[in-house]
Write a protein that binds this ligand. Structure first.
Ligand code: ADP
Length: 363
């Protein structure tokens, strides 16, 4: 059978285990020899026990677990050709020529580069007698399929990334808990949620928690935001509301690009309205806990589709990323999506927020 390996790389997110499970079982079902690569690219470079054959039961009882059981890491070695050469050697000597990468745009970019270099890496390995002529010939093509694991929903080309829905569950649970105490004491509370360049978590949280105000990076408020915020909070209190909720994405900024932090918002509220104001920063709680049903199913569907894509790949097939489009798992050219995602980041850095939002929309 074909050699296939799955690994998780970059930041972890809930639902990655469902994706790993699906890849392993679909691969075995289709007759592949399936491997785990532990600790992302680091495990691929280091080889040894980090690359281990998986069987049907090695992915039992993981679908409900958060994070990734096979570990994830950032890896400096893989940024250098020398590291990728070692990684290629570790794969070829095990007969692995199909890779499923679950990670963010950095991880996907690395995988695409690896595929482009594959032929020259194998030439170098052959020259140095680290692989045989037979191996050079037999494993001459590397196929790549990616999936995006990220709680931020910050990747272009997919309606949802694996982990976003679970993160929303965590945030909403926390808000509901805080609301009950804030209600009793007529407090204003400010919640900072993750999202350095992407306000998705903040916006959806605000809508589903009846928040009074939300700050996100891609829609910086007008210069008079402090007045608008205070007017809105006062108006809500006057109309009988006992508490106020303000959601701040961690990357929120004003029109000059200066950060709007939870601390700054608190200062504005306290100085102008003298309201009892508290800040909650959820941090890594958002990445934790068990994945939602949605993320489990998303991981399962994307994992199965990724393996199918690899099995159908020809030497000409470009690396793909499996995404969700209108509730369908589809395959898109990996680098198109990465380039669009990077274009969004650039538009944000250039303070061209309209362009960023436009680029992020459906293709
Ligand atoms: P994410 O995948 O979440 O965007 P990173 O950008 O940190 O996270 O990328 C994860 C890992 O992918 C890096 O530590 C590195 O090993 C690999 N990687 C990222 N970009 C590249 C690149 N341009 N070339 C080679 N490897 C890369």
């Amino acid at each position: 059978g074909k050699g296939l390996a799955v690994f998780t790389s970059g930041g972890d997110s809930q639902g990655m285990n469902a994706a790993v499970r699906s890849v392993v079982r679909m691969g075995i079902y289709l007759g592949c020899k399936v491997y785990f690569i532990r600790e992302g690219y680091q495990g691929m470079v280091d080889g040894g026990d980090n690359i281990e054959e998986a069987n049907w039961s090695s992915v039992s009882s993981i679908i409900h677990k958060g994070g990734t059981i096979i570990g994830s890491a950032r890896c400096m070695d893989f940024i250098k050709r020398e590291g990728r050469l070692k990684a290629a050697c570790n794969l070829v000597t095990r007969g692995i020529t199909n890779l499923v990468v679950i990670g963010g745009d950095g991880s996907l970019t690395g995988a695409n580069l690896f595929r482009q270099e594959w032929s020259s890496l194998l030439d170098e390995l052959l020259e140095n007698n680290r692989i045989t002529k037979d191996q050079r010939e037999k494993y001459k093509y590397l196929h790549i399929a990616g999936m995006v694991g990220s709680i931020d929903n910050d990747f272009c080309g997919t309606d949802m990334t694996i982990g976003t829905d679970s993160a929303l569950h965590r945030i909403i649970e926390a808000i509901d808990a805080i609301v009950s105490t804030a209600y009793s004491h007529q407090r204003t509370f400010i919640m900072e949620v993750m999202g350095r360049h992407c306000g998705y978590l903040a916006v959806v949280t605000a809508l589903s928690s009846e928040a009074d105000f939300v700050f996100i990076p891609e829609a910086p408020p007008s210069v008079d935001w402090k007045d608008k915020l205070c007017d809105k909070l006062e108006q809500e209190r006057r109309s009988g509301q006992r508490l106020n909720i303000i959601i701040v994405a961690e990357g929120a900024i004003d029109r000059e690009g200066k950060p709007i932090t939870a601390e700054l918002v608190k200062k504005v509220v306290v100085e102008n309205l003298k309201q009892d104001t508290r800040i909650t920063v959820l941090g890594h709680v958002q990445r934790g806990g068990s994945p939602s049903a949605f993320d489990r199913i998303l991981g399962c569907r994307m994992g199965a589709e990724a393996v199918m894509a690899l099995m159908e790949a020809t030497p000409e097939t470009e690396a793909c990323v499996v995404t969700l489009d209108g509730n369908q798992a589809v395959r898109l050219p990996l680098m198109d999506c990465v380039h669009r995602t990077k274009a969004v980041a650039k538009a944000m850095a250039d303070k061209n927020w309209d362009l960023a939002v436009q680029l992020r929309g459906r293709s």
